[in-house]
Design a protein around this ligand. Structure first.
Ligand code: ATP
Ligand code: MG
Length: 664
């Protein structure tokens, strides 16, 4: 075992007598316990890698963990070792057990845009906000393991009954499409394991030891899946920090932390108290801030990495001057300390805050990476066009068929597809092949069959051309024939449509170029796209400043961190004002502060544009809560020897919150 482990870490790694919870603050080496425990299980306990599964919160975290375990175990084979997210594990289980659940192994996974389309079809003519709400209600039901039948039975009033029926139809539609949504990736395996003990036992025997990182952010459904997977043996290690629970809005529930000792009376608890990440000042500020939250578990956290620099708090006039100030400070800091760009992170509450920083970084030719954003190939519009290409390459690709035939809409409805799906299922042929069969023609009206036939004939014609002509000739005709641009502008807000259409053009230009360079047809290139999708989109070697949302920065660390836009209304967010949500916002700030190793810089604006007007902004109450001993204020009203001014507004806000909290 590596020398760089302290006594409680070693204890946690060696403990194999039953379920184990490592509960500890930020930077105390929880993730390190997981990676080292995997190595320990394989190297010292002789466990097969294929019997071990480690579950991380994001794909990025999974990649990092794979790398670290790979390094620790150099020379030892790790074949079959599972390191992935709950969702990826769900996909794996579902693919293997699809038959038992009545799915094909190549079921589609619908993203939230696909699902929005289904819900909006079912809901009829209601506004977007209502559809999103309905989507949320359905998602909450799924995460609470409420089936459509249960929802219908439990409905208390007309609105709930309506929503429950929409849920039932939504589930039926997905099934007809042989598709699942993200929530299903967890819910269906739970259902599967509950109904089929033999399948459950098979998986319990396969995954004999399970490790879970960021346990505080699991939801009820994921907890259930974990329980079913570990079974009565309960051989697992969960690590987490209740002060970093920041996904309550997505159904994660700290109750799962509280529930563990109840569900597992023999649960062993290990606490880690030494922080190996941050300087004393950073840690002190983080501890002072989080002390304002109700405590679930008592924790201590100390560091021997030295006092470190004061934390700078800068008031800026507006977002432009904030971005300018941050980028200038970053460059000066880099020059002075001879660091690299990848030592820096700029973290913010909401995605939209990134744009102006990107602009200034680009102006200054500072390389940067944007995370928490979406990969190009995962964008709905790129997936739409890719669905057509997949279908040209392989007309048996049912998921691509469903996506292409319904996007843009061409008069093929849910019931037609359901009939087609049933027929194809009985005959064991693909949807595409089924369209041309006489047996199917007898089952549907001609107004249902005609648009299907027209679509398939179009695909056949295009396929024929795609095999011979260069992509540059086929693509424009394909796009024009399906009317994608018009459909986008009919469906989306103008700005969203603009950006999506631009992406489509960028994608087709790329395909055209590739086609010319490599002398490849569209059919050949479809394989290339699939491979790009599989490729690690990781950016490990790139030297750039990291731009990220606070949520996406969870679990990561950077030498120097800028927390920007730390204002009332942004953090805490204006829509998160009740006392429970304020606590979650405070944890988000805690996550932000504790990403920093050496230096921390906090900025806030005095005004922000709101349409043509300016809105005045107060510094966040969280700045005051960090305690002023380790903070150095500058800029704006606070400059010129009035260090307290910047925080007086924050204190006022904190007082207001306290009063409103006391009232409710
Ligand atoms: N015993 C140790 N000796 C030296 N360095 C350590 C030790 N334990 C952890 N570290 C280092 O401390 C840093 C924080 O560790 P790690 O990321 O595992 O903490 P964590 O508890 O998972 O943090 P978070 O709560 O943010 O997820 C890492 O750089 C890690 O390599
Ligand atoms: Mg961690």
């Amino acid at each position: 075992m590596s020398a760089h482990l302290n006594a409680p870490q070693r204890e946690a790694i060696r403990y194999l007598d039953g379920p184990l919870l490592v509960l500890a603050g930020a930077g105390s080496g929880k993730t390190r316990v997981i990676t080292h425990k995997i190595a320990y299980l394989i190297q010292e306990c002789g466990m097969k890698p294929s019997n071990i599964a480690a579950i991380t919160f994001t794909n990025k975290a999974a990649r990092e963990m794979q790398e670290r375990v790979g390094t620790l175990l150099e020379g030892t084979s790790t074949g079959g070792l599972t390191i992935c997210t709950f969702h990826a594990l769900g996909v794996r289980i579902l693919r293997e057990e699809a038959k038992v659940l009545g799915y094909k192994p190549n079921f589609s996974i619908f993203d939230s845009t696909d699902c929005y389309g289904i819900v909006s079809d079912l809901a009829g003519s209601v506004d977007k906000a209502t559809i999103r709400k309905l989507q949320n209600v359905i998602s909450n039901w799924k995460n609470a393991l409420v089936t459509p039948d249960m929802a219908v039975k439990l409905a208390q009033d007309d609105t709930e009954a309506l929503a429950a029926r929409a849920y039932r139809d939504y589930a039926a539609t997905l099934k007809a499409y042989q598709a699942v949504d993200f929530d299903d990736l967890i819910m269906l395996p739970v259902e599967l394991f509950e109904k089929h003990p033999e399948v459950r036992e098979k998986w319990q025997n396969r995954l004999r030891y399970i490790l879970v990182d960021e346990y505080q952010d699991t939801n009820a459904c994921q907890y259930k899946l974990l329980k079913l997977l570990t079974g009565p043996r309960a051989m697992f290690t969960a690590v987490g920090d209740d002060d970093q629970a920041i996904y309550g809005w997505r159904g994660a529930d700290i109750e799962n932390l509280r529930g563990l000792p109840r569900d597992y009376p023999n649960l062993k608890l290990v606490k880690l108290e030494q922080n190996y990440r941050s300087t004393v000042r950073i840690l002190k500020a983080a501890n002072a801030l989080i002390a304002n939250n109700e405590k679930l578990f008592e924790k201590k956290l100390w560091s021997d990495l030295g006092m470190g620099d004061l934390i700078s708090v800068t008031a800026c006039k507006d977002p432009e001057s904030e971005a300018e100030a941050v980028v200038m400070k970053l460059q000066a800091h880099k020059f002075e300390h001879r660091t690299t760009f990848s030592d820096y992170a700029i973290l913010y509450r909401s995605n939209h805050q990134a744009r102006i920083f990107e602009q200034y970084l680009r102006n200054q030719k500072v390389p940067y990476l944007l995370s928490g954003g979406q990969s190009f190939f995962d964008k709905a519009e790129i997936k739409d066009i890719t669905a057509y290409l997949r279908l040209l390459a392989n007309s048996d690709d049912d998921p691509a068929f469903i996506r292409a035939v319904t996007t843009p809409k061409r008069g093929v409805g849910g019931s037609t597809l359901e009939a087609l799906g049933t027929y194809a299922g009985e005959r064991h042929i693909s949807l595409f092949a089924a369209v041309f069969e006489e047996g199917f023609a007898h089952r549907v009206a001609s107004r249902q069959l005609d648009p299907l036939l027209e679509f398939c004939e179009f695909i056949n014609r295009m396929e024929w051309r795609a095999k011979k002509e260069p992509p540059g000739q086929v693509l424009p005709d394909l796009l024009a024939a399906i009317g994608y641009e018009t459909w986008l502008y009919d469906h989306e807000e103008p700005r969203a449509a603009d950006s999506k259409w631009k992406n489509v053009q960028e994608f087709t230009a790329w395909l055209t170029r590739k086609g010319e360079e490599d002398e490849k047809t569209l059919i050949d290139l479809t394989q290339t796209i699939a491979l790009i999708n599989l490729l690690d989109k990781g950016e490990s070697d790139f030297d750039g400043v990291q731009l990220s949302t606070l949520h996406a920065a969870k679990g990561l660390e950077y030498k120097h961190v800028f927390l920007v836009g730390i204002e009332e209304g942004l953090l805490p967010h204006r829509e998160s004002q009740d006392p429970v949500k304020i606590e979650e916002e405070r944890r988000l700030m805690y996550v932000g502060i504790t990403r920093a190793q050496r230096s921390l810089h906090v900025t806030h604006c005095e005004r922000r544009p709101a349409g043509k007007e300016w809105n005045p902004c107060e510094p966040s109450r969280f700045i005051a809560e960090m305690g002023k001993d380790d903070l150095r204020f500058s800029g704006g009203k606070a400059a010129g020897g009035e260090p307290d001014k910047a925080s007086s507004g924050a204190r006022l806000a904190a007082m207001k919150a306290l009063l409103s909290g006391a009232k409710s």
